[in-house]
Design a protein around this ligand. Structure first.
Ligand SMILES: NC(=O)c1ccc[n+]([C@@H]2O[C@H](COP(=O)([O-])OP(=O)(O)OC[C@H]3O[C@@H](n4cnc5c(N)ncnc54)[C@H](O)[C@@H]3O)[C@@H](O)[C@H]2O)c1
Length: 355
């Protein structure tokens, strides 16, 4: 049980609750739902579901998927939709997504499309999903290992964040989530960047305030531009090359985690910002060394540059085949819709390989 007080962020059409089991129980029990279905993966079934079941006094049906990004496919959605039908889910049922970004993005997508859309609540259980993926309504799945190609933007009825879930998270996953916190700091302000730089994730015992601040960054941007027509693209910093590296690595048997790929993507996109004369060299070095101090180096992940670059053609920010990227002008100053050239991407990937 968390000792920290319950907190809440009010968004336009839903709320994000922190440390509030009472409100979760109320949200589930008070509405007249015909059935409650909880989507979990094999890890969250073991580590997170028992805590949830203690707090909720209604029967919950469980749908379990295999953990990991390779499950985030339309085939897994088909399995979920079929199980929902077998369980007798109707338009008055409620879906809970209990897991990281994979369960949240895919479970939310299944709920948002089942019988043309039923209610769903996100209960994110990884650092990444608590600070990032559960907020802002992006739902969907990968296609042929291209990231998030099929999906939609639809907010859940509410998000419930319980930082206590982080306790059972493996260290690698913790660092993966921390990459999105670094991104939020880099695109928002120097103060948050200074705070983030001082955190050692392995020593952090209490994450609530850090998560809250990171969610404030994400939420203020997605509230202003929910459909990603303009400033929401700032959140894609690190993701043009990060997604390309992640997609290429998904082909292997021991792929990078999302945040690990984004950490590399941020270094590369800072280097492109530097190549274009947007970012000073000392800031490039400060960001690069901060990230490299935290993350294992993965030169093998960018070995095949010729295979990585074509993935950027499927980036959702592109227009007319031109690769558009979010770059940094300074810490806290992100520039959207920046056209980047193949040669700049190559130089940036070489920089990461050699730095
Ligand atoms: N929708 C968005 O706006 C958005 C933003 C960022 C990332 N994403 C997506 O999020 C996904 C990555 O999310 P993720 O990093 O949470 O990955 P994930 O969902 O694969 O979870 C990571 C691992 O941690 C395990 N796990 C989850 N909670 C646990 C807990 N409390 N204790 C022990 N193990 C636990 C999971 O089973 C999994 O093995 C990617 O698909 C990415 O594209 C979406």
């Amino acid at each position: 049980m968390s000792l920290l007080p319950a907190q809440k962020i009010n968004c336009t059409d839903y709320s994000i609750y922190f440390n509030d089991w009472k409100q979760l129980s109320f949200s589930i029990s008070n509405a007249d739902y015909s059935k409650i279905i909880c989507i979990v993966d094999d890890n969250t079934q073991q580590h997170c579901l028992p805590i949830l079941q203690q707090k909720i006094d209604r029967p919950i049906s469980i749908i379990m998927i295999k953990a990991g990004e390779k499950s985030k496919t339309i085939d897994t959605c088909t399995k979920i939709w079929k199980e929902m039908m077998l369980l007798g889910a109707d338009r008055h049922s409620l879906v809970l997504t209990l897991g990281g970004g994979v369960v949240g993005d895919m479970g939310g997508f299944c709920a948002a499309t089942y019988m043309r859309g039923i209610d769903f609540l996100h209960i994110p259980t990884t650092l990444l999903s608590q600070v990032d993926s559960s907020v802002g309504g992006k739902l969907g799945v990968d296609l042929n290992s291209y990231k998030n190609i099929v999906g939609l933007i639809k907010n859940p009825n509410a998000v419930f964040i319980f930082p206590e879930y982080i306790q059972s998270l493996p260290n690698r996953e913790l660092f993966s989530g921390f990459a999105e916190m670094i991104k939020h700091a880099l695109i928002s302000n120097v103060e948050l960047w200074t705070e983030i730089k001082s955190i050692n994730p392995l020593e952090r015992k209490e994450w609530s305030e850090d998560i809250f601040k990171s969610v404030l960054v994400k939420n203020s941007i997605t509230e202003e531009d929910p459909m990603e027509r303009s400033i929401r693209k700032k959140l894609n910093f690190g993701h043009t090359l990060g997604h390309a590296i992640e997609s290429e690595n998904l082909k292997g048997s021991y792929p990078l985690l999302h945040g690990e790929a984004i950490a590399i993507g941020m270094i590369c996109e800072c280097h492109i910002s530097y190549q274009k004369g947007l970012l000073e060299e000392n800031i490039l070095h400060e960001i690069t060394s901060t990230i490299l101090d935290l993350y294992d180096r993965h030169p093998e992940a960018v070995e095949d540059i010729d295979a990585i670059i074509p993935h950027t053609r499927y980036d959702k920010k592109n227009r007319d085949g031109i690769v558009k990227c979010t770059l940094l002008n300074n810490i806290g100053v992100a520039l959207i819709n920046q056209k980047i050239e193949e040669e700049e991407m190559r130089a940036a990937l070489e920089y990461y390989k050699e730095v």
